[in-house]
Design a binder for this molecule. Structure first.
Ligand code: UDP
Length: 328
């Protein structure tokens, strides 16, 4: 589904612009003719993800931590996308303080600016607000099943707090907010050492190392290709309602299914090794996207094997580059 009526160009702030999803969003905004003020503290983002945009006349990158007061140019932006938060469990569990602060304090700083300038703010939330869900599939009305003191709490509760704060600013102070809940997004620019399952499996398969399956591999996730995710975010920003709205692929898969696909698509002969399941790892996760279909006319378009093939190609090119650097 092509977005039928892309909104007119705007000055847009993207927080978390050097991250995986944020950098793809910057690409699309510039294609639409927007001016982009890109902020990232580079704690989990990678400046190489926006390197190709550095000379674009409508793109400006500022290394900035959004828990600190925002640069004055932020006041010129009519729209704000907030993607600034580490999203890999392996990473955020090593940095729980920075994680909870980036969600809660970061959202607060951006909301304050939006209130003062009248900018519309889209906050990128997560399926993790549903925790280890007891209802399947998860619709936006489900309150979730989160362990508030577990190892994932810094991320889950940080994101829940940010959602509550967005809605508080909307109802009490009239800020125009949009809330998106993303479900396991994947694609080029995932970081090789990120710890997430798609990047781990691909890197391991290409290197001929065993694929590390946690638990028995029967837990499920629903993987959405990044181009589909970004399309959903742009539609939601333009839409006339706040959400929250789930953006994810409703095809639920086990980690064993994912491992088998990665092996087949890479042609790898790697074997599987089974490792302990991390604490509080959700057993199942699958979005109900009825709301996104009805209100945004959105549904994922990229089939899993196509998305994985494009992601594998990206990782192959990365390792060829690294090999060339070592050889040089
Ligand atoms: N996982 C795995 N092997 C890995 C990394 C992750 O089996 O090398 C599992 C993990 O336990 C979880 C699922 O894959 O059940 C998705 O993990 P990820 O960290 O990508 O994201 P999550 O959905 O847990 O935030």
């Amino acid at each position: 589904m092509k977005n039928p009526s892309p909104a007119s160009p705007h000055a847009v702030l993207v927080a978390g612009a050097a991250g995986f999803v944020g950098s793809h969003l910057c690409d699309r905004l510039l294609e639409r003719g927007c001016r982009v003020l890109a902020l990232d503290d580079l704690s989990s983002g990678d400046v190489r993800h926006v390197e190709h945009l550095r000379r674009h006349p409508a793109f400006r990158f500022v290394r900035h931590d959004i828990t600190e007061p925002l640069p004055t140019e932020a006041r010129d932006c009519e729209r704000i996308f907030n993607l600034a938060c580490p999203a890999s469990p392996a990473y955020y569990q090593r940095h729980p303080v920075a994680t909870v602060l980036s969600s809660a304090v970061g959202a607060w700083r951006l909301l304050e600016v939006a209130q003062q300038t009248g900018a519309r703010l889209l906050h990128v939330s997560t399926s993790e607000v549903y925790g280890d869900p007891q209802v399947h599939p998860q619709s936006e009305g489900y309150w979730g099943h989160v362990n508030p003191i577990g190892p994932r709490a810094c991320y889950d509760e940080g994101k829940r707090c940010a959602e509550a704060m967005c809605l508080a600013y909307a109802s009490e102070r009239g800020v125009a907010v949009r809330l998106a809940r993303l479900f396991n997004c994947y694609g080029p620019r995932l970081r090789p050492g990120d710890g997430r399952v798609v990047s781990n499996f691909i890197v391991q398969a290409l290197a001929g190392r065993p694929l590390t399956v946690y638990g028995d591999g029967r837990q499920t996730r629903s993987f959405c290709y990044v181009d589909d995710t970004v399309d959903g975010l742009l539609r939601l920003m333009d839409a006339g309602f706040s959400g929250p709205v789930n953006l994810g692929n409703p095809q639920e898969r086990t980690m064993l299914d994912l491992a088998e696909r990665v092996l087949r698509l890479t042609g790898s002969r790697s074997r599987l090794v089974f490792e302990p399941l991390p604490a509080d790892d959700p057993t199942r996760r699958c979005p109900d996207i009825t709301l996104a279909r009805q209100r945004l006319g959105w549904a994922p378009q990229v089939a899993i094997d196509d998305g994985l093939a494009r992601t594998i190609e990206y990782f192959r090119a990365l390792s060829a580059e690294a090999g060339a650097r070592i050889a040089a």
